[in-house]
Structure formats: C-alpha cells, structure tokens
Design a protein. Structure first.
Length: 141
C-alpha cells in the first residue's frame, strides 16, 4: 500500500482529495503547512506528496524546492510531488520547481486519480487543461 501526503491549509480541499483518493491501495496522511509536510517527508514512508500551490507561508513551489534540495545532497529520499495549481501561469512554476506532475483546478476526480497513478508508477503527469483549445477555421479539404 502506498501513502500519499495531502498538503493544504484548506480543510475542504484536503477532504475533497481524501474522498477521491483514499482506498485499499492508497493510505492518506495530511499536513496543514509546508514545514509540517517537509518534516513528515523527512521521517520517511511517504510515497507521494500532493500539495496545493497556495499553502500559507510555504506553498507548493517552496515545498517542492525544499524537497528537491534535500534530495540533491542525500538528506531525504526522492518523493514525487503533484502540485494543484490555481492558474495556468503556475504551470511554469511547477515545471521550474521540479514537480513531477500538476493539475489545474477545478479538480476532476478522474484526472486526479490518473495523475496519482502515474506518479506512483514513477511517471510524470501534466494536466492538459492548461493548454488553450485548438481553433480550426473552415473545413478540411
């Protein structure tokens, strides 16, 4: 069984994530702050971090950077991070910070479960919702 750490200062978001993800194959833990999340990952036993981009004074970007920094010098194990983005512009930050995947809100349960499965399988996941729709004019000849 894998263990995911949900990081958000919003109880409603944590409850939504728990409802959509918890089951026999995934155990859920929660953290309300960035420092709490980083400390919990240091303890070990976390297979995936799912973090809101906006979390108090240490948001998802800072959490990801801190975890990647600690991994770089062997102070922590590598743990995939899935960021929950508020805006399309946050895609740049998610990529720059080293997140393994991202979803743009509002969350869709199917995409959420797909992203979690991909990250737990050592893959990446980029939400297509951030891409503008392709507009075609006329009919194909």
């Amino acid at each position: 069984m894998a263990t995911a750490l949900l990081v958000s200062d919003l109880p409603a978001l944590r409850a939504e994530l728990r409802t959509n993800l918890e089951g026999p194959e995934l155990d859920i833990e929660e953290a309300e702050t960035g420092p709490e999340a980083v400390a919990r990952v240091r303890e070990g036993g976390i297979d995936l971090v799912i973090s809101d981009m906006q979390v108090g004074s240490m948001g998802g970007m800072a959490i990801t950077l801190e975890l990647r920094n600690e991994e770089s010098y062997g102070a922590a194990e590598s743990v995939p991070v899935l960021l929950l983005l508020d805006r399309r512009a946050d895609v740049f930050l998610a990529r720059r910070g080293g997140a393994d995947g991202f979803l743009v809100k509002p969350l869709d349960p199917r995409r959420l479960r797909t992203a979690v499965a991909a990250l737990l399988a050592d893959e990446t996941y980029e939400d297509d919702a951030w891409r503008p729709a392709t507009v075609r004019v006329g009919t194909p000849e």
